[in-house]
Design a binder for this molecule. Structure first.
Ligand SMILES: Nc1ncnc2c1ncn2[C@@H]1O[C@H](COP(=O)(O)OP(=O)(O)OP(=O)(O)O)[C@@H](O)[C@H]1O
Ligand SMILES: [Mg+2]
Length: 257
C-alpha cells in the first residue's frame, strides 16, 4: 500500500506543472492542506479517467477553495478543489440544512465538504440545463469540481467588477440570467455580486454557485432580494439605469413557498 501511495504521489506530482510559477508554488506549498493525501488520491482518479492531463497553475488561491486551470489536449478546464478542512463549518451547514435535495448527510467535516462540492455540481447542472450562463459542469469527485474554463489561453475571464465597457448591455443580460435561474432552474444564487460574475466571450457568466438554494427554501426570497440589491447597486454606481423592479416584474413568484 505504501508503495502504491508513493506511486500515486509521484504520478500526480508529475502532472502538476505549477513549479513554473515559483511564487504560486511556494504559496501553495506553504499551505500543506491544499494537496493533502485524500486530494492527491482524488486527483489521481480524475487524471486516470482522463478528465484532464495536467494541472497548469492556480487561477485563485482562496480560503475555502483553490481554482486551477487544467488542460487536456488543447482544451482547458477549471478545477475547483475545496480544502478538506474548514473553519467555516457553520456557515456551510446553514446552506445545506433545509435544502430538500440533501436531506441525509454525514455531519463530519469531510462529509460536509464533499457534499458542498456535490451541491455546487448539482447547482451548475440545474443552471446549465435551464440555459443560465454558467461554466458547463464536467464532473465532481469528493472535494473536487471540474467545469468549463472561462477565459482565453492567456488569462482567465475578468470579474464583472473589473470590466469597464458595455455595462448597460451586461445589466440586461445579468438580469435575464437571474430571472432564468429563479423561474427555470428554481434556484437563488445567494451570494451574487460583481465578484461572482465574469465576462467571457462578451457575456456575463455566473460562478460560485455552491451556496445556491432551491426557491422552496424558506430563506430563498430574502436571499434573492439581497442578490438583486447587490446587482442593482453595482450597476447604478456605474451609471446604468438599474432598478429592482426590472427583476421583480419578471420573477415568477408562484415558485416560492
Ligand atoms: N470556470 C472558471 N473559469 C475561469 N475562472 C474561474 C472559473 N471559476 C472561477 N474562476 C475564477 O476563480 C475565482 C474563484 O472562484 P469562485 O468564486 O468559484 O470561488 P471562491 O470565491 O474562492 O469561493 P468561496 O466563495 O468559497 O471563497 C473567481 O473569482 C474567478 O476569477
Ligand atoms: Mg467567489
Amino acid at each position: 500500500m505504501k508503495e502504491d501511495l508513493e506511486y500515486i504521489y509521484e504520478f500526480v506530482n508529475d502532472k502538476i506543472k505549477i513549479e513554473r510559477r515559483e511564487k504560486d508554488y511556494n504559496l501553495l506549498k506553504a499551505e500543506s492542506d491544499v494537496f493533502d493525501r485524500k486530494t492527491m488520491l482524488t486527483l489521481y482518479e480524475l487524471l486516470s479517467h482522463g478528465y484532464f492531463d495536467i494541472i497548469e497553475f492556480p487561477i485563485k488561491i482562496g480560503k475555502e477553495a483553490n481554482i486551477f486551470r487544467a488542460k487536456k489536449g488543447r482544451k482547458y478546464y477549471a478545477v475547483k478543489i475545496y480544502r478538506t478542512s474548514t473553519k467555516n463549518f457553520n456557515s456551510i451547514i446553514k446552506y445545506i440544512e433545509g435544502d430538500y435535495r440533501f436531506e441525509h448527510f454525514k455531519r463530519s467535516t469531510l462529509g460536509i465538504i464533499y457534499l458542498w462540492a456535490q451541491k455546487e455540481f448539482r447547482n451548475l447542472t440545474d443552471c446549465y440545463n435551464a440555459s443560465v450562463l454558467v461554466p458547463k459542469p464536467v464532473v465532481f469527485r469528493n472535494n473536487i469540481v471540474v467545469m468549463e474554463y472561462l477565459g482565453n489561453s492567456r488569462y482567465p475571464a475578468p470579474l464583472l467588477k473589473d470590466y469597464p465597457q458595455d455595462l448597460q448591455k451586461f445589466y440586461g443580460m445579468v438580469r435575464d440570467n437571474v430571472i432564468r435561474m429563479v423561474n427555470d432552474a428554481l434556484l437563488v444564487h445567494g451570494d451574487l455580486s460583481e465578484y461572482n460574475i465574469v465576462i467571457h466571450k462578451d457575456k456575463p457568466y455566473i460562478i460560485d454557485v455552491s451556496q445556491a438554494m432551491p426557491v422552496k427554501h424558506p430563506n430563498a426570497r430574502t436571499l434573492l432580494e439581497r442578490d438583486v440589491r447587490n446587482i442593482v447597486r453595482f450597476f447604478s454606481k456605474k451609471g446604468v439605469d438599474a432598478n429592482e423592479k426590472d427583476f421583480y416584474d419578471s420573477i415568477n413568484w408562484g415558485v416560492f413557498v
